[in-house]
Design a protein around this ligand. Structure first.
Ligand code: BT5
Length: 335
């Protein structure tokens, strides 16, 4: 949204304000004011006009202008109702020289996970990619995946969902699958601890380009099952959604704003990322099996190290794993 339109919107939010007053305040013509008001209405903002002037009476549920409005982070938002993949689009923008853009979509038709796996992205989700150009060596880039996981876990918690992070790139919710007292078979009960079954709420895919000593761009793709129909997600992946856990749809606009704001703060202060990550991690202390490019590592996950490696105690010493698919193993009974 351009600067003047933003100022018109701010003035309407504090309204009522008359067209002539607004024109004077912003140093633009009355017809320009009218055009901005019409453009805002087209974007879904409800602007009422009465005797005292214009007033903003409702903000759209989702979309680019809606997310940009009130966003406290230096990102512009490019919104698509439907797009093959926000990561692919962000990479295109990177090639054009863009930076600090959030590509956001309601639906993806060709969403991708790691190793080119499919990522189901039906309408109602939050599918987004953050494009930015940090001044760091390539080797530090994994810290941004961890920062994204923290940002999304925090936004989920603000929305009332106790999300936890599984190394390196999944955000999960622990649920017990017994029915609730309502007697409905499919109900799930959210547990505060780490007992119960872990279901995948979010996936993160980070891509980048640069030279060894300097990143050119990073694209952090985040897929959040927000208000999606669980039946349209691959059941083998054991997915869940914010809506299913909360029992009500989440405000996607606010969720994206919190996510982007927290991500921006953490990415400016990468030293704070690991402590924040440890706070939400479900992997630490668990028995894990990590498939790495160099083979399988099994043991207890004991810590995470900058820029995002997992330290595993194999019983035969500690091994540091920088990439791989991690599985949480069921703890062995104590007796
Ligand atoms: C990931 O890969 O978890 C990263 C997913 C990143 C998706 C975002 S959406 C915005 C941006 N644009 C893109 O095109 N991608 C990013 P991975 O760890 O490889 O997990 C992939 C596996 O998760 C699949 O093989 C399925 O088993 C499972 N899966 C697919 N869709 C899912 C969903 N919506 N919810 C939960 N699990 C899913």
């Amino acid at each position: 949204m351009n600067e003047t339109r933003h100022r018109v919107l701010d003035a309407l939010a504090d309204g009522p304000v008359s067209g002539p007053t607004l024109a004077d305040e912003l140093g633009i013509s009355r017809s320009a004011v009218w055009k901005h008001v019409e453009a805002l209405r087209d974007a879904g903002f409800e602007v009422t006009s009465g005797d005292d002037g214009y007033t903003l009476s409702a903000v759209p549920e989702f979309g680019g202008p809606a997310v940009e409005y009130g966003l406290d982070a230096p990102y512009t938002v490019e919104y698509h109702d439907s797009i093959p993949s926000t990561n692919a689009r962000a990479r295109e923008l990177a090639a054009e020289g863009a930076e600090n853009v959030v590509v956001l979509a309601d639906e993806q038709t060709g969403g991708r996970g790691r190793l080119d796996r499919e990522w189901a992205s039906p309408s109602g989700g939050i599918w987004l990619s953050l494009l930015f150009r940090p001044d760091v060596p390539m080797a530090h880039a994994p810290v941004f995946t961890l920062a994204a996981a923290v940002a999304v876990a925090r936004a989920a918690r603000e929305a009332g969902v106790e999300a936890t992070i599984k190394w390196p790139n999944d955000v999960l919710v622990s649920v017990a699958s017994e029915g609730t007292s309502s007697g409905e078979d499919d109900d799930v009960v959210v547990t505060a601890g780490d007992e119960g079954e872990e279901r995948k709420l979010v996936g993160i895919l980070t891509e980048m380009e640069g030279e060894a000593d300097r990143v050119s761009w990073v694209v952090v793709g985040i897929g959040v099952n927000a208000n999606v129909d669980l039946a349209s997600l691959p059941s083998a992946a054991n997915p869940t959604s914010l809506e299913a856990v909360r029992g009500a749809p989440v405000d996607r606009r606010v969720f994206v704003q919190r996510l982007v704001e927290t991500f921006d703060e953490l990415s400016q202060d990468v030293d704070s990322v690991l402590d924040a990550w440890r706070e939400y991690a479900t992997t630490l202390g668990k028995e894990v099996r990590v498939e790495t490019p160099g083979g399988v590592v099994e043991g207890t996950a004991v810590d995470v190290q900058f820029p995002g490696s997992l330290v595993v105690d194999t019983g035969d010493g500690q091994v540091t794993v920088s990439a791989g698919d991690c599985e949480h193993l069921r703890p062995v009974a104590d007796d």
